[in-house]
Design a protein around this ligand. Structure first.
Ligand code: SAH
Ligand code: MG
Length: 210
């Protein structure tokens, strides 16, 4: 479990990770670290670092490192006029969203700067030049269909046997949320025969690479 002081940092951080799902993410990362000792972990979509506190703390506990991938300019749904826009994240000097300073502040407050490496850029491009197998990939990036499909296609081949794929915002019922993480990531992962269900907590699905 995440210790109390880190939990307080996570709860004070802007973002979209509910507590029970953060705890499930932590548990999944501990599993991945035990199954694939020494391999790094990857988060797609860190925003202000809320989920990253749980995930980074687990990576550290496993003597692993977490690469936190985000271009930090926000997803489509974070832009002005969209449902998930937060005007306080706009950099007044550019007029655009920039979550990187908030992310860095969160990692500093959590004392995780040695274990979490910010990788600032476009997810599929970073995946394309990625070389080493990973113990776990947590996908919580853009929720457009093409973005979700690209994250699935570009990152899942890097997950080592026995490793973990975690997916956020998986809704089987369209009334509860967008379908892209479910239809473009979860379903193809299961259909590939390479991933089996481990757990489901809220909208967080955890699968194992077999
Ligand atoms: N995990 C976060 C929420 C992530 S929100 C939390 O716990 O609060 C989704 C994030 O994905 C945004 O910060 C956005 O900038 C990032 N993102 C969306 N598309 C991306 C892409 N193609 N490459 C890199 N990051 C992307
Ligand atoms: Mg999410």
């Amino acid at each position: 479990m995440l210790d109390a002081s880190l939990r307080a940092v996570a709860l004070a951080t802007t973002g979209f990770m509910p507590v029970d799902e953060g705890d499930a993410l932590y548990t999944a990362a501990m599993l991945a670290g035990a199954a694939c000792p020494g391999l790094p972990m990857v988060e797609i979509g860190s925003y202000c670092g809320r989920s990253t506190v749980w995930f980074g703390a687990a990576a550290r506990a496993c003597n692993s490192v977490l690469h936190a991938v985000d271009h930090h300019v926000g997803s489509e749904e974070n832009q002005p006029g969209w449902e998930w826009h937060d005007a306080s994240l706009v950099d007044p000097s550019t007029g655009h969203i920039n979550t990187l300073p908030h992310f860095e502040q969160t990692m500093q407050a959590a004392g995780l700067t040695q274990s979490v490496l910010a990788v600032v850029g476009n997810s599929p491009e970073i995946a394309a030049s990625w070389k080493e197998p990973i113990a776990m990939c947590f996908i919580d990036g853009g929720h457009g269909r093409e973005v979700a499909r690209n994250d699935y296609l570009s990152w899942t081949p890097h997950i080592a046997l026995g490793g973990i794929l975690a997916i956020h915002d998986v809704f089987t019922d369209p009334a509860l949320g967008g379908q892209a993480p479910f239809e473009e990531i979860y379903l193809p992962a299961v259909a590939s025969g390479k991933f089996v269900d481990v757990s489901a907590t809220g909208s967080l699905r955890v699968l194992k690479r077999v």
